[in-house]
Design a binder for this molecule. Sequence first.
Ligand code: SAH
Length: 470
Amino acid sequence: MRHFPIFIDLTGQPVVLSGAGEVAVPKIRLLMKTGARITVFGEKPHEQIRAWADESELTLVERRVSEADVAGARLLYGANGSRAADKAVARIGKAAGVLTNIVDNLGDSEFITPAIVDRDPVTIAIGTEGTAPMLARKIKADLEEMLPAGLGALAKIANRFRPIANILPTGEQRRTFWHRFFFGDGVRAHGQSGAAGIKTRLSSLLAEILADEQPSQPVAFVGAGPGDPDLLTVKARRLLSQADVILHDRLVPQPILELARREATIISVGKKGYGPAWKQADINRLLVEHGRESGLVVRLKSGDPTVFGRLDEELEALEAAGIAFEVVPGITAATAAAAGIGASLTRRGRNSDLRVLTGRATEGFAEHEWRELASQGATAAIYMGVHAARFIQGRLLMHGADRRTPVTVVENASRSDERIIATTLGDLPVAIDAAAIDGPAVLLLGLEPRQAARAMEEIDIEGIAQVEVS
Ligand code: SAH
């Protein structure tokens, strides 16, 4: 270890930066997070630096730095972006005995600035001795994802709450309390209701642990997105990696379930559209059973939990049993499908409203609903519509829809086996049969893929343009 990591208290301390151009801006931004008294020397300052000077965030001196200027400084930065000017800064620093860093020049630097993950007061410094900035960036990105944004707030509140928590005996109980605070209840409370929520949760958690009760955790209804694990929210990933029990839909693919802990109990409560199914009442019962036990229960639903997921029924079952819950949104199939074809779901002058419906609901449609859907420019994302395609086509044509209305079927949206079938209302049932769709698919009525996507690979099956994107 050539560079020894330390954290220096810069509150009220003089820090000097030589260079007022673009190179200096990110360094200054970083230093401004501390309480340092920053002085920047340089001619022709960057407008951002001038703005900071105007706001009294720093002192700007529009000339080159000299040895006398750095006397007594805690740190000196050379950020001129010019080798010659920075060499001079290194010399000045050495002569004045001030710790000096030259930006992007390890050889002339006496200290280096690490990559930083900032959850003030929790600060993580990552150093690679300047050998692999790319690696430091990757580690930083991983940590940023892993650590909740509210961690800093948690740490600050924990600090104030510490004397109160000390009424817990040292050992197991106290450890359990803090563990649950930092890695479970506290994080969730912050996500739901900010600092106020944390304080309330801290008190109730303390009471539960004092009473030696198993602390209850809200059941998390989590959107798993359309299938690509990269389209999970950061929050969904975190909950998955913490869950003790996961109840998931059939549509949630294996790569997402892989993100669960190895010890987690994973139960598939799949309901296949027209095939054998778990009964909703059984799912509700299972949720309540697990929700009553300690540990984190995640109800993982494909796409967004609030879209055709029978969310309300499951929430009502929990409510009736007095079990708390939270809902974490996800990317729904319609938006993933629209992304896949590079088309906008709404468009000025074409459609200002978007219908989101299920193929099954259309069976009960009233006359006026068909008329609206059949009208020029109507745009709809139809879930579970593959089996109902012929019926939908028939009704729409009957209500005056144009046979040439574009319809795009997106199967397995966002997944590696995504398929885009671009057709028209007139050809829809034939196109669907020819494509032999067996994955989940959304029908985008009124939308066609952007020309570029269509041109990628056009296969003509009996006059049907079918584009396969893999
Ligand atoms: N809550 C889910 C929808 C569940 S209903 C969401 O928000 O996406 C199940 C239907 O969603 C499927 O029949 C299909 O129409 C659609 N669907 C789910 N995942 C899909 C995917 N990856 N590609 C295309 N359609 C999908």
